[in-house]
Write a protein that binds this ligand. Structure first.
Ligand SMILES: [Zn+2]
Ligand SMILES: [Zn+2]
Length: 318
């Protein structure tokens, strides 16, 4: 099969199709999305990564122990856990220290014609969700993780920093709580995608610092952390969604003096994302900047890294 390979260098190569293994499900990939984590991988930010990247995808089950799965349209939870440790037993398999992660840690991902995942990771996509929304299930789950970690009250004032792919998804999710949302970004065009979503949008240069109950940092830029601290009320909460290489200077005094709660937030439950997509008409397909083919993956990665690009998808098996 054709696959995108990264082992220090990115290329497209013919590799053996994964063999069907008991307990796993073999999926014929239809579409895969390029995410910032993939860009980090090819920039070498995930040390030791070798293999097929790609963790946002949809496909059709081709082989499985359970016959009823065959032919179903699905995606898969990306954390493949041991099932036996303390975290797994408490429903926190996303934090299993033994886990492999699809296309990220020690497991081949979905930028290929086929991908194999543990059967318990497979998530069937309801028919009412079109492909171009379903491709966002993984990052949407990450956006919804915030609501699992923090109870956002109706009268809360929430500031969201960032108008990238994840920022916009969070911008679509927050109004479901009824809270008052302000989104700051650098791109008028990206912010315009949140029009009619009960959120206020402001360009960074026009924003006047003020105080919010909750500030969510999703810019992917280390300098935004101090901006978040500057705009959170005493006893307020700062939620961090960005991961980036390297650190930055930070004086913890204001966190101590103002008794700020800082919460790190990563992946969420796919079932929450699916419920959300069934309940709300959210035009996530507008976040797709370009649909390309697997064979053009190298250009797709380059295009994806441009500042004005949102989601780039790779159509596979077409
Ligand atoms: Zn991702
Ligand atoms: Zn475990």
């Amino acid at each position: 099969m054709n696959a995108v390979i990264f082992d220090g260098e990115l290329r497209i190569e013919k590799v053996p199709k994964p063999l069907f293994k008991k307990g796993e499900v073999l999926i014929k990939v239809t579409k895969a999305g390029i995410c910032n984590t993939d860009l980090e991988i090819i920039r070498g930010y995930i040390p030791g990564f070798k293999g097929i990247p790609g963790h946002e995808f949809i496909g059709i089950v081709e082989e499985a122990d359970d016959d009823s799965l065959i032919g179903k349209r699905c995606t898969a939870e990306i954390n493949c856990a041991c099932g036996a440790c303390e975290y797994c037993k408490n429903g926190l398999s996303r934090h299993c220290p033994e886990r492999t992660v699809l296309g990220i840690i020690n497991r081949n991902g979905a930028f290929a014609e086929y991908v194999s995942v543990p059967e318990e990771n497979v998530v069937i996509i309801p028919e009412s969700i079109p492909d171009n929304r379903a491709i966002f299930i993984e990052p949407l789950a990450a956006a919804l993780e915030i609501l699992e970690q923090v109870k956002i009250e109706k009268d809360a004032k929430v500031l969201l920093l960032g108008d990238g792919k994840l920022g916009l998804l969070i911008g679509y999710v927050l109004p479901s709580t009824g809270c008052d949302v302000t989104v700051i970004g650098k791109h008028r065009k990206k912010l315009s995608l949140l029009e009619n979503y009960n959120v206020k949008t402001v360009l960074l240069n026009d924003f006047i610092d003020s105080k919010f109950d909750i500030v969510i940092e999703a810019t992917g830029n280390p300098s935004a952390f101090n901006k978040a601290l500057l705009n959170v009320k005493p006893r307020g909460t700062v939620i961090l969604k960005s991961t980036y290489e390297g650190g930055f200077d930070f004086n913890p005094s204001s966190v101590v003096v103002n008794e700020i709660t800082i919460i790190g937030s990563r992946c969420g439950r796919f079932s929450d994302a699916i419920d959300f997509l069934c309940k709300y008409e959210v035009p996530l397909e507008k976040l797709i900047s370009k649909e390309m083919l697997l064979k053009d993956a190298i250009e797709a990665f380059e295009y994806s890294a441009e500042p004005d690009t949102l989601k780039v998808t790779l159509n596979v098996n077409k």
